[in-house]
Write a protein that binds this ligand. Structure first.
Ligand code: B3K
Ligand code: ZN
Length: 845
């Protein structure tokens, strides 16, 4: 397969002014008639006329009304064209019914829908399928279906047809079409500019109709927030969201017609957990925010993906912080970043936030592009301040509205708006790997000296790293826990740099990297007592939580390595936080959450050791039991205090209480034989309580009756059944995990055609670290078997899930050999997709 390089970018040879598409929908013989107005691009370096097209059957083509016979290859067509503006017309046939890759036009439960980003439009018709070609689309859909939707505003409709017009020029990846028997949950919103916008969430008739209200509320809150915070109003008369069961990712920001995985939009108290509600709110916001950051200003090419994704993730993080509290949100984001992005950045799949090359762009919708991309925006904001950020963003929207822009454009608005030189900062986009910042300090004569040393490890293709521009937020506390120097940003730009704080009465305690001010690994050797002190006193909530986390990590590390008994400081610190009624329950729940087993494995690797997932599992189990025993007198009291009375609401405050109550329940179950969990299961009137109780029971080897009852109760609901599938794998003991997963694949409701169901089982298999890495290799083999089968149907989801193997080099030779063998078997599969081939090749390195 061919590698595409950022350095090879050239402007398009022809631009498109307008497109007129007619769809005649039929399951295996859909006809697409395109009428495209082209004109030569004055900026072009060539006059070659090439249109992308894949898996299309060309019926006819014409230029300015004259039939032509283009040269057709499996990837597109070429044809002689005039040197002046011209009209290209074509008719093609496609088969949505047999499109199992879920890219292009496909069918899901009798509904037609599309997914075009990044390069799916070329499976719909011949077109210059690149984001820097932006055009005005008019769409006519003919089909015997009650609801026919596309982008923009409705123009006209009749029995079996509808026409849509989108006045905003857009790249083809934002095209969307939906046709089906759907019902809408309707509402409206009046923008700050006075535009009345009709809002709809479309679902299949039946069960799901009562699950749209929360999403609608989130949409309206997002629209208002973008006006209030960024001054950005919606720009069409209608905004449609459609829920689809079979979808490769969370959702898609098509102009005026967002298409959502049903798991990312549908929610009710009975069927969705608090975590589901929060995720739905965030994804709805994210897709809505793309209307400005992604659609009005799009990307010049796919290397610039982080331009829209990093910024839009940053915006949805700000939104969730405003809705639900910034401290907990920052902690949640840091947990995700460390667990997934640091893992990616430290392994064979490490790549810059703006990659320099790719084979298949779908493989670069990664935590690095999204989440590290968002961290870069956060750092920029910290460096230029809130006012500087606001000025820069206003300039960005002013200057680039309607453009297909680049990271250089983005950084330039910050330089122009604030006068800062961001040359060194720009390395964050180009250099892969997580920088490591080491801290040493000294105190002398009232002066406190903090020395920070930075090092970014080599990553694939990047053996040497330059020093980065790293904002390190630091505050100082005295020995009584009082803050004596409030948070300030130290700008680390050299390999080694010393910062001095003068005029102090005694040696302070430094709280470093407050608010997780940069996506780096902080290497700060501290005693358990120092960590416990910060856990008790730090005025920065993030660092307070992080001190507890570091303490837990140290304790686990010692248990795994030398079987050491945990320090009393750890239990005392946890107990103090748990009992402190002034602290937000959500925060206490976060402190009570141990690092994941994979986090512990990574920490051991960072300390130069070979992690043994079985030993890590045992240490986690043992520590959980000891925590439960130490806190046994307190747990029932806190559990009772966290009871939420009245009907379920998904707000942050009640969710925080349930989160703490359920953490406590899991601990109590380790010593009460599951008595309380069984009671909670029996009484639960919402999914958060029901699922947490079931999980607590399964984790102690009980709950089989509840598991059966759950299946009987929920067999009609796909999204809830995904939880039923996943939880059993998550909670299985290490030697049993592969068997449980294999048994579930034989369940009549298992299907690999539905990515949610496949991920429910195999995402959980990966997440169960000890079970996945059971030394027998049974889980490796099972996953490989299923990925080989899935690749023939759905390359995108296969390529994504093959990353479960990306840590193979961490482990002992037995596990390494077995993982390599599994990867080799995948790699050797005849006609393996380009997507999976690229990923396996990179993982094997
Ligand atoms: N932009 C889409 C992701 C498309 C993924 C293509 N493989 C959703 C989002 O980031 O909002
Ligand atoms: Zn996005």
């Amino acid at each position: 397969p061919q590698t595409i390089y950022l350095k090879d970018y050239t402007p398009p040879a022809y631009l498109v002014d307008s497109v007129h598409l007619t769809f005649k929908l039929a399951p295996t013989t859909t006809r697409v008639i395109a009428r495209i107005a082209f004109r030569p691009n004055p900026q072009a370096q060539s006059r070659e006329f090439f249109l992308h097209g894949e898996q299309l059957r060309l019926i006819s083509a014409a230029i300015d009304g004259q039939p032509v016979t283009p040269d057709v290859t499996p990837t597109g067509l070429t044809c002689a064209v005039p040197n002046t503006p011209f009209i290209f017309e074509s008719e093609v046939e496609i088969s949505p019914q047999t499109n199992t890759a879920l890219e292009g036009l496909y069918m899901s439960n009798g509904m037609y829908c599309t997914q075009c980003e990044a390069e799916g439009f070329r499976k719909i018709t011949y077109y210059p399928d690149r984001p820097d070609v932006m055009a005005v689309f008019t769409v006519r859909i003919e089909g015997d279906l009650p609801v026919l939707l596309s982008n923009g505003n409705p123009v006209a409709k009749g029995e079996g047809w509808a026409e849509w017009h989108d006045p905003w020029p857009k790249p083809a990846y934002l095209f969307a079409l939906v046709g089906g028997n759907l019902v809408n949950h309707a509402d409206s919103f009046t923008t700050m500019e006075g535009r009345d916008v009709a809002l709809n969430i479309w679902v299949r008739p039946g069960d799901d109709e009562h699950k749209c209200a929360f999403g609608m509320g989130a949409l309206k809150a997002s629209m208002k927030w973008d006006e209030d915070v960024y001054g950005r109003a919606y720009d069409l008369d209608i905004f449609n969201i459609v829920a689809v069961d079979d979808f490769n990712m969370g959702a898609m920001e098509n102009k005026g017609l967002n298409i959502f995985n049903s798991s990312a939009v549908l929610a009710s108290a009975e069927t969705a957990t608090d975590a589901n509600f929060e995720r739905i709110e965030a994804i709805i916001a994210h897709e809505y925010f793309h209307n400005w950051t992604g659609n009005r200003i799009t990307c010049r090419d796919w290397f610039q993906l982080c331009l829209k994704e990093g910024l839009t993730v940053f915006r949805d993080q700000q939104f969730t912080g405003d809705m639900r509290g910034h401290a907990a949100k920052r902690i949640d984001d840091a947990v995700v970043l460390r667990a997934h992005q640091f893992r990616e950045d430290g392994g064979p799949l490490a790549h810059p936030v703006r990659p320099a090359s790719f084979v298949e762009i779908n493989n670069f919708y990664t935590v690095t592009v999204y989440e590290k991309g968002a961290e870069i925006i956060g750092m920029l904001k910290r460096l230029v301040g809130d006012d500087g950020y606001k000025k820069a963003l206003d300039l960005y929207f002013d200057r680039h509205d309607g453009d297909a822009a680049t990271i250089e454009d983005w950084l330039r608005v910050f330089e122009d708006a604030t006068g800062r030189d961001l040359t060194q900062f720009a390395l964050w986009y180009a250099q892969a790997g997580t920088p490591r910042v080491t801290v040493t300090d000294a105190f002398d004569n009232g002066n406190y000296q903090l020395t920070l040393t930075q090092m970014t490890p080599p990553t694939p293709g990047q053996p040497e790293k330059a020093a980065m521009h790293i904002p390190v937020a630091v505050g100082l506390l005295d020995n009584a826990g009082k803050e004596i120097v409030p948070t300030r940003i130290l700008e680390l730009t050299e390999p080694v740099q010393t910062f001095t704080f003068e005029g102090l009465a005694g040696k302070p305690v430094a709280s470093i990297l407050r608010g997780f001010s940069a996506p780096v690994i902080l290497d700060h050797t501290q005693t358990n007592a120092q960590r416990a002190f910060l856990l008790a006193h730090d005025t920065d909530p993030f660092n307070r939580w992080d001190a507890g986390r570091a303490l837990a990590q140290d304790v686990l590390h010692d248990m795994v390595r030398d079987d050491k008994v945990p320090d009393a400081a750890f239990f005392d610190g946890l107990a103090a936080v748990l009992r402190d009624d002034r602290l937000d329950p959500a925060f206490r729940a976060l402190v009570l959450g141990l690092p994941s087993q994979d986090d512990t494995a990574q920490a051991l690797v960072d300390a130069g050791q070979t992690p043994d997932p079985t030993a890590i599992f045992q240490a986690h189990e043992a520590l959980g039991l000891q925590i439960a025993q130490h806190l046994q007198d307190t747990l029932p009291r806190i559990y009772a205090q966290m009871a939420v009375t009245g009907p379920y609401t998904p707000d942050a405050k009640s969710a925080g209480k349930r989160a703490l109550g359920n953490r406590v329940l899991a601990l109590m179950s380790k010593i009460d034989g599951g008595r309380q969990a069984a009671a909670q299961y029996a009484e639960a009137d919402n999914m958060t309580q029901q699922l947490a109780a079931l999980g607590a029971l399964l984790n102690i080897g009980k709950g089989l009756d509840e598991l059966t009852a759950f299946e009987t109760q929920w067999q009609h609901d796909r999204l809830v059944m995904d939880k039923w599938f996943g939880l059993q794998v998550t909670c299985a003991g290490p030697e049993n995990t592969a068997n449980v997963a294999a048994r579930l694949t034989a369940h009549p409701a298992f299907t690999m055609k539905n990515p949610n169901r496949f991920r429910a089982v195999f995402g959980a298999l990966k997440a169960n670290a000890a079970g996945f890495h059971d030394p027998s290799g049974a889980s490796y083999d099972l996953l490989a078997d299923w990925l080989i089968k899935l690749d023939a149907l759905n390359p995108q989801t296969t390529a994504r899930m093959v990353t479960s193997f990306d840590t193979w080099k961490r482990y002992d030779t037995n596990r390494q050999d077995k993982m390599r063998a599994a990867l080799g078997r995948i790699a050797g599969t005849p006609s393996l997709s380009r997507d999976t081939t690229e990923m396996v090749t990179r993982i094997l390195g």
